[in-house]
Write a protein that binds this ligand. Sequence first.
Ligand code: LMR
Length: 415
Amino acid sequence: MGSLGHTSKISAFQETPLLLSDGIFDVTRRYNADTNPNKANLGQGSYRHDNGETWILPSVRMAKEAIADCDHEYLAVAGLKSLRDEVEKLVLGNTAAFKEGRVASVQSLSGSGALMLAGLTLKTSNTNIKTIYITDPTWPPHDLIFRSQGFEVRTLPYYKDHSFDFEAYMDVLKQAESTSAVVLHACAHNPTGCDPTRDQWRQIASVIRERGIFPIFDAAYLGFNTGSVDEDAWAIRYFIDDLGLEAGLCLSFAKSMGLYGERVGLVAFVTQTPDTARAVFTVLEVAQRGTVSTPPAYGAHIANAILGTRTIAEQWERDLITMSSRIRGMKQKLYDELVRLQTPGDWSHIVKATGMFAYLGLTLAQVEYLEAKHHIYMAKTSRISVAGLNDSNIGYFARVLDQTVRETSGIVPAN
Ligand code: LMR
């Protein structure tokens, strides 16, 4: 009846709240709208090469050539089988769980899709898990995803004085009940860039085992962190193979293959028996069908060609080293420049941070000032994506950071 209709029906959205848009993608939106030539986007975690541009990995170019004739058919609900096999082999190949067929996996919509399927599977597998522990701070979707699935989400304190606050973290973890799961950043903790040492990982694992907490690894940076998948997967293998624990793994190839928009990932559960893995696999498949139906094919074919073709896999290993070393180099240059400028405060946490992010330790006022006055964009927590820095903008960034710290007197990063 359109405009003629006289209806007293109240809108279904009468009570709909206005929510804040995503903090990280909002930074990119504001950056894109800025026309200043000095602008730098240190917000969203996307790798940029030394020319400031998105980098299509040489291995990805090779893979795209290799799959040039691939069709556009639906994948199976569980995704591309050969990719799942390759990824399981890459991360868990030498573990008893893999050799004994105790791994259930399905392809996912990158890391966030993996977390979503992991949560749904824990919900619908008749587990008794009711609470999910995440770190404070963490990557914002952790809270969004698990809360939306009806879990109680609790936080573990993670960061103090520019470091991992191991003691506070352990104090809370030790109180967690066996009806809990904990999200562990396998490496390159997002946003702080502070990872547990191996000894701390052993202590964390020991509490998790003693208390019967279920570990879920968010592994979005394997290989991208240090340049070596083996090195970055150490904690995962320690839990699964050395301790024989069950675990969830949420993997993404967004960063490590530069396949951000293709949404290639995998969720895997390591179980105690092959029969359990078979059952969990059926639950994962149903969770997939009930949410995204079947996962996207193109990125899966690319990742599969990389992992499954020796020459391309070797190129990928070199690409990982290129990206991770460039990021490490930029952290060092930024630090050296701040030291040279004698910027007030101790900035050594920048070089100590792992992965693509570093927490600068600025106040919100300083972050806003950098954006408004100097066209530097970063998350409001002062997390910077170091990949946004390059030889052309690092001098400018260090200079305006130095100015900002000096002009906003008395506010310098604490030790
Ligand atoms: C980030 O943390 O910036 C990236 O992982 C992008 C995202 O999805 O938030």
